[in-house]
Design a protein around this ligand. Sequence first.
Ligand code: AVJ
Length: 315
Amino acid sequence: MSEFYRDVKAGLLAPLKSLPSKYFYDKIGDHLFQRLMHSDEYYLSRCELSILKTQSGDMSKIVAGHFRELDLVELGAGDASKSVYLIRSLQEVGLDFNYYPIDISQNVINHLHKKFAETIPSLKIHGLNGDYLKMLGEQRSISRKPLLILFLGSNVGNMNRPQALDFCRQVNQFMQKGDLFLIGVDLKKNPHTILGAYNDQEGLTKAFNLNLLTRINMELGANFNIDKYMHFPLYDPVSGECRSYLVSTIDQIVSVGKKSEQFQVHFKAYEPIHMEVSKKYDISELNALAKDSGFKSTKHFFDNKKYFVDSLWQK
Ligand code: AVJ
């Protein structure tokens, strides 16, 4: 029984149905997310890219003030299109480091090895495919140099506040005193701007969500009728949580799993599946998260609109 099957079963048989958003990233999901990152509405990637392009030099000087050599670990590296700027400037300030990108998608890890062999052949890269904490543990068994951990792209937003606190505490446990954590977070702003990023005109976010049902159909042998679910995102400006739902438009029964593993899921008309949370922070909440998980927040790097922040924490 795969972990994917177990998670899907638990999520769909719960009284409030949900699916874990980490499973969005199969080959098609990776591709849809790439396109989404270039859409007009999805401001997050553009903002963070501008931070990395303009402030990687400053970041690297701070890092070089702490260490001569280190392990650079990136949680959820994706295509590394932002971290590549930091990697180059860390090299420029003369730091000696290996790069350990961690990603839930094997497809992404393969791509990164290929990409860096071509673009920065001097970079020593060791990709790890799997869950963040499990792979961080794996990395620590390979090398125990001082750490700079990158957690960019507002990936932390996929956790609610208690989950984020628990996660940051666990990351902290892998680190030594003085080690650094650079965390990229989307900030609270005009609710229309935020909701727009999760409800793009082209329908990429919709396709991104629906693709998980297709993936379940293909990999677990289910019979979701994709046409009978609608994409419904909402943003709560109080909690800062943007949530995506797929809502069943009719009363229907779906079967999931092969042979003895098969189970039935009943959807009432307009019953939702909670697919994803993308939490937005303000600076005081972010500083509290740092403090409560055992870090000192040392510097905030903003884009010029202050839509997004890359925050540097030290253990
Ligand atoms: C990659 C998790 C940061 O939550 O903004 C994009 C994923 N979901 N559009 C996010 C996503 C819908 C994204 N993260």
